[in-house]
Design a protein around this ligand. Sequence first.
Ligand SMILES: NC(=O)C1=CN([C@@H]2O[C@H](COP(=O)(O)OP(=O)(O)OC[C@H]3O[C@@H](n4cnc5c(N)ncnc54)[C@H](OP(=O)(O)O)[C@@H]3O)[C@@H](O)[C@H]2O)C=CC1
Ligand SMILES: O=C1CO[C@H](CO)[C@@H](O)[C@@H]1O
Length: 315
Amino acid sequence: MKTLSFKNGDTLPALGLGTWKSKPGEVRKAVYWAIQAGYRHIDCAAIYQNEKEVGQGISDAFSDGLVKRSDLFVTSKLWNDCHRHEDVKPALEKSLENLRLDYLDLYLVHWPISFKHGVTFASHREEFYTYQDVPLTQTWEAMQEQKASGMAKHIGVSNFNQTKLREILAMKGESPEMNQVEMHPFLPQLPLVNFCKENGILMTAYSPLGSPDSRAEKHKNDPVLLTNPMVEEIAKKYGVNPGVILIAWSLHRDIAVIPKSVNHDRIFSNFEASKIQLRDEDMLELRDLGIAHRFIDGSFFTGAHSPYKQSDLWD
Ligand SMILES: NC(=O)C1=CN([C@@H]2O[C@H](COP(=O)(O)OP(=O)(O)OC[C@H]3O[C@@H](n4cnc5c(N)ncnc54)[C@H](OP(=O)(O)O)[C@@H]3O)[C@@H](O)[C@H]2O)C=CC1
Ligand SMILES: O=C1CO[C@H](CO)[C@@H](O)[C@@H]1O
């Protein structure tokens, strides 16, 4: 299994299981199967509202002797309504309680967007905090305290563009160790990948399969990654399904990747991506698909109902 290294030498298993949209009734088994299949990295978030069941899946694996805590790498994320300094520690404690863990391997600021405490999804201007109300630097100071306490072994961010990363990098203290963003052949994120590399920030690719289960009616004309003819052709060549090729694409770039599945067979087959090596010529074909598309565009956080602009999210 490919691993990536943090500056202190700790490692991160590059292939993990995503858990967004995995229903409470199905995610417990999905996590258990994933651990059986060989996954050692689970990607969670408070906003997925299923951390209790993810925690049950992890506990089942511990009690059946499949793995011990130190074999697993568990990530969770601070939701947008807990960016004030005083809200960060309780939010982390709640995730730990739900996950039945006493530390996280990685804790991320989920979005550079802040809601008032207790607001799950802000839909009116007055439900948001602005950067003047709660600067990102305030949140990052609190994140560093969580690392110092040992409750989070590593800390990072998600959905941060170069401008927002620079703001945090300019602070004294710990730099973000991870930036988790959407990434796949329709959105290779080349400038951001280079920026993170130059600044010693690891990256994780989310929605690596194009997030087909989050597509609403209004997106029905979006391009489809899993049925792209070139992706299908390359998959045929390797004798695997297209999902495996898309996962292997990130691994080849030394980027962690967290495909979501609650299906037993797809959980196992996706893990095969860690065993194949894409040839350079196939990476080149995947680079030149001629389609640029972002599936998770963040428009639910920006626009007339919000103080935030698209430029607060994407360069
Ligand atoms: N930081 C952030 O802001 C974000 C983080 N994430 C993280 O990234 C993870 C992955 O992204 P996500 O948006 O869920 O979408 P993915 O791109 O991982 O796609 C998941 C969908 O693909 C299906 N699927 C899984 N494997 C295959 C396969 N081999 N062939 C065909 N279909 C397949 C799944 O169905 P089934 O379950 O039935 O197999 C599900 O419908 C999330 O679950 C979450 O952990 C995602 C979005 C934003
Ligand atoms: O990780 C994610 C998936 O869920 C949320 C939407 O419900 C997104 O905001 C977020 O990026």
